[in-house]
Design a protein around this ligand. Structure first.
Ligand code: FES
Length: 93
């Protein structure tokens, strides 16, 4: 996602910017601790792989601008559409 204000967790409306700021302030030890940021990842589960990716990128020292930017499915409309398909398929990827 090129725009950090785009939502990563659609269930709880948590943006990439919010997640990155949360990691900077709270320095979570594992990706699952990102759920402390507005409940990210605790709804349908769609965003969990992206939360993992964000966490790993931050852990590897990538800049926030690099995070998720190169994932083609993260064009916001596609991301939302793919989430709908995921939900329709019974939360199977
Ligand atoms: S999109 Fe994050 S839990 Fe559903």
């Amino acid at each position: 996602m090129k725009n950090p204000d785009e939502l990563v967790c659609l269930c709880f409306k948590v943006s990439q910017r919010k997640l990155i700021n949360h990691m900077r302030v709270h320095q979570p030890k594992v990706a699952s601790q990102l759920s402390d940021c507005g409940g990210a990842g605790t709804g349908c589960g769609w965003c969990v792989p992206y939360l993992d990716r964000l966490f790993q990128d931050a852990d590897n020292g990538s800049t926030p601008d690099d995070s998720l930017a190169d994932l083609p499915e993260l064009i916001p409309e596609d991301y939302a559409t793919q989430r709908q398909a995921y939900l329709k398929a019974g939360k199977k990827r």
